[in-house]
Design a protein around this ligand. Structure first.
Ligand SMILES: C[S@@+](CC[C@H](N)C(=O)[O-])C[C@H]1O[C@@H](n2cnc3c(N)ncnc32)[C@H](O)[C@@H]1O
Length: 193
């Protein structure tokens, strides 16, 4: 966690569909355990590649794709696949201050962004505010030591799964659970009590 943000000039690379083979959206979406949500907030949505994959798995949900970078949101608006674009609303905002109402979502997702937060406690507390009672937080981020040429953040910026879990508990999430699903990414879920 270092507040070092993904360079929007590399958005094409972030939108590379081969990332979905590593991230397996279907498997991680199932870990969230909310098959038919009304609304989902994807914090640090980037180009919307994973948001779109999740949106196909939850065809009745409205998705809010939040990112701190206006450049990234512009790329997202230009590239969101037609079949989901009508249900995905790009939102400019920081993970620690998302311009959406309290309890708007049944699921909040943070994919590959946790290590970029400059204030993880504030981002987790904001996720809690956005979730309805019983709502689920899904965090997926690069494991320490898992390297793929051309992809992923520096080793020193990565956050161990245990540290993410501890942050989630401190922010008031219950049932915090790691899922052994992906070779290169930690997957954690928690419930807003
Ligand atoms: C590595 S990209 C991951 C994008 C997307 N979740 C995916 O997996 O394709 C991280 C994204 O988080 C955004 N970001 C970084 N810090 C943020 C913050 N504090 N609040 C919201 N977005 C942030 C960056 O602009 C970038 O688009």
């Amino acid at each position: 966690m270092n507040g070092h943000r993904f360079d929007p000039a590399r958005a094409e690379r972030l939108n590379d569909p081969r990332r979905l083979e590593m991230l397996r959206p279907e498997a991680v979406w199932q870990a969230a355990g909310v098959p038919s949500p009304r609304a989902v907030v994807d914090v640090g949505a980037g180009t919307g590649l994973v948001t779109a994959a999740f949106a196909r798995l939850a065809p009745d949900a409205r998705f809010y794709a939040v990112d701190v970078s206006e450049d990234m949101l512009a790329f997202m608006r230009a590239h969101l696949p037609e079949d989901v674009a009508g249900r995905v609303t790009p939102v400019l905002g920081r993970g620690s201050a998302v311009p959406l109402p309290d309890e708007v979502a049944d699921v909040v997702t943070m994919i590959g962004v946790y290590h970029e937060f400059d204030d993880t406690a504030a981002a987790l507390s904001e996720a809690r505010r956005l979730l309805a009672d019983g709502g689920r937080l899904l965090v997926v981020d690069w494991k320490k030591g898992a390297h793929v040429p051309g992809f992923g953040p520096s080793e020193e910026s990565r956050v161990a799964a245990e540290e993410i879990a501890s942050g989630m508990r401190s922010a008031g999430f219950g049932d915090v659970e790691p899922h052994d699903l992906l070779e290169r990414f930690s997957v954690l879920t928690g419930t807003r009590g």
